[in-house]
Design a protein around this ligand. Structure first.
Ligand SMILES: [Zn+2]
Length: 297
């Protein structure tokens, strides 16, 4: 990774769009509204709990302040569809796993440790549309012209169609993976390429939404020899919009906290992404003293 990219990852990122423009989902021209990641209603994970878990993984915490906010969606796509129809499923997973994680820092649960896994009843079709809706919302580029907005990310067309039509299945060339992510960085990448040193491996194209306690990765045209080491959201991509399935989340084994956006010598890979389609922020920790101190007993 170049120094420029490294610096970019550590800097505060504040991205905005114009007050009026084309909605990145329905393409209608008009007033645009802000999309928030994490969405309102998701759980806030205690910094103490994150630090406790991160120590187990030996990841240094990076202190910075910022957030991802894109003014890229019309009110209907943002509030009526994403906010009311789909975000509740994203928030449900966040709350169920997050309430367990927060017990680690709650004194009344002294000595609490996470179970190896949890199972949660979710509606995969709605959860998938929430993930894709936020990825589509992040399709903002300062130099985008009107026509660029429509063609900037080639896969957007199929994803928009999936988001807007509750009766269609996620196209076979896309997969959505998820894993437990107890990290303090919030990462949003519209589209990146993971290349491998080994020349017989094709690159992996992915989008990423990570905010504690879960990470979601969307892959496109995934090469056969390059499956992400994570669980697939869909066991059946043709199920109905309100059908429920149990998803399993492993809490005792999960990828490195900076995976997959940081290159990794073990995997022998290099990551390419457009900084304009990427946002990485670290939540500023509470200034309250006492709790922040490392416990010695
Ligand atoms: Zn719209």
């Amino acid at each position: 990774m170049s120094n420029h990219s490294k610096n970019f990852l550590n800097n505060r990122v504040l991205i905005k769009g114009e007050k009026q423009g084309y909605c990145r989902i329905c393409k209608q021209y008009g007033d645009l509204t802000h999309d928030h990641i994490p969405p309102k209603g998701s759980i806030t994970i205690s910094p103490v709990a994150l630090r406790t878990l991160a120590q187990n993984k030996e990841i240094k915490s990076v202190i910075a302040q910022g957030g991802a906010s894109f003014r890229t969606l019309c009110s209907n796509c943002n509030n009526n569809l994403l906010g009311k129809q789909y975000d509740p499923e994203l928030n449900k997973v966040s709350k169920e796993v997050g309430s367990l994680v927060n017990k680690i820092s709650d004194l009344s649960y002294r000595g609490f440790s996470l179970p190896p896994k949890v199972e949660i009843d979710i509606k995969p079709q709605r959860l998938a549309r929430a993930v894709i809706g936020h990825l589509l919302a992040s399709n903002y580029h300062p130099t985008q012209s009107e026509s660029d907005i429509k063609k900037h990310v080639p896969s957007s067309e199929e994803l928009r169609n999936f988001f807007l039509d509750q009766n269609v299945a996620l196209p076979e060339n896309f997969n959505i993976y998820y894993w437990f992510y107890p990290g303090n960085r919030q990462v949003l990448i519209r589209e990146a390429f993971m290349s491998f040193y080994s020349h017989n491996r094709e690159p992996l194209i992915f989008g990423l939404i990570k905010f504690a306690p879960i990470a979601y990765m969307l892959t496109r045209d995934e090469p056969k020899n390059c499956k992400p080491n994570a669980l697939n959201l869909f066991s059946n991509r043709n199920i109905g919009i309100d059908n429920t399935e149990k998803i399993q989340i492993n809490l005792d084994s999960y990828p490195r906290l900076d995976s997959p956006e940081a290159p990794n010598d073990d995997d022998k890979n290099i990551i390419f992404f457009d900084p304009q389609l990427t946002s990485i922020a670290t939540k500023k920790e509470s200034k309250k003293k006492g709790f922040a101190k490392k416990q010695t007993s």
